[in-house]
Design a protein around this ligand. Structure first.
Ligand SMILES: Cc1cc2nc3c(=O)[nH]c(=O)nc-3n(C[C@H](O)[C@H](O)[C@H](O)COP(=O)(O)O)c2cc1C
Length: 210
């Protein structure tokens, strides 16, 4: 076996590289485009690439706020949020919703997006996005170091209580992952990846029946 020539570093002491490689290696990552509402009724929309799906039944998604941000505050205040799928045609608008704006600023208006009322939670969805998960918060977990010391990052988990899918993306009843225009966050300041049909390959799981 060929041995890799390894560059090793302890993150607590710094990476020693021109750019932090961390999110370039664990990636590209799905984008949690999270809409939420505060106790005062204000609406918020922002992207989170520390985001993923963690369970099938019930469906549970989570995003991580790497400091105390508005989406976290709203999830704490009202216990609900919506995940909107970010697609290539919405990439620039998704990016615009990441601007650091004062609490209460409605990023739907900033980015020129259409709010569509939730059916099960009182949070607007991005009408232009083809998939929405309306979620009720299940856990808000403050992250900590291995020695137990807390860090200023919070993982917000929520159960999708209703899921909406644009019908044309159901091809013979199967969600068209490779035709939906899904975008993912790469590393560095600006890199993204777009899922296209030619990026697909298939593997059957050992022992799995088709
Ligand atoms: C693609 C993308 C992914 C992002 N991922 C995260 C993330 O995982 N966690 C985080 O705290 N901020 C993330 N940000 C930055 C937030 O979107 C930004 O701080 C935003 O202003 C937070 O909005 P809010 O305070 O309205 O919730 C990301 C930005 C972009 C463009």
């Amino acid at each position: 076996m060929q041995q890799h020539d390894l560059y090793s570093y302890e993150p607590a002491k710094g990476h020693g590289l021109p750019h932090d490689p961390l999110n370039s290696m664990v990636g590209p990552r799905p984008i949690g485009w999270i809409s939420s509402r505060g106790r005062d009724g204000s609406v918020n929309l922002a992207p989170y690439s520390f985001f993923n799906l963690f369970n099938y039944r019930p469906p549970i998604v989570g995003f991580c706020s790497t400091s105390a941000k508005d989406s976290l505050r709203n999830a704490q205040e009202t216990g609900v949020f919506v995940w909107n799928l970010a697609t290539r045609d919405l990439a620039e608008q998704m990016n615009a919703t990441s601007a650091p704006l004062p609490y209460g600023t409605n990023e739907f208006e900033v980015a020129g997006l259409t709010p569509l009322p939730g059916t099960h939670v009182d949070v607007p969805r991005v009408a232009e996005s083809p998939v929405h998960f309306e979620c009720r918060v299940t856990d808000i977990h403050r992250l900590r170091r291995h020695d137990g010391n807390p860090v200023d990052s919070w993982l917000v988990m929520g159960e999708a209580v209703v899921i909406h899918i644009s019908r044309p993306l159901l091809v013979d009843g199967i969600f068209d992952t490779f035709g939906a225009g899904i975008i993912l966050r790469g590393g560095g300041p600006s890199a993204y990846a777009a899922i296209t049909p030619d990026s697909r390959f298939d593997l059957d799981r050992p022992g799995a029946k088709r």
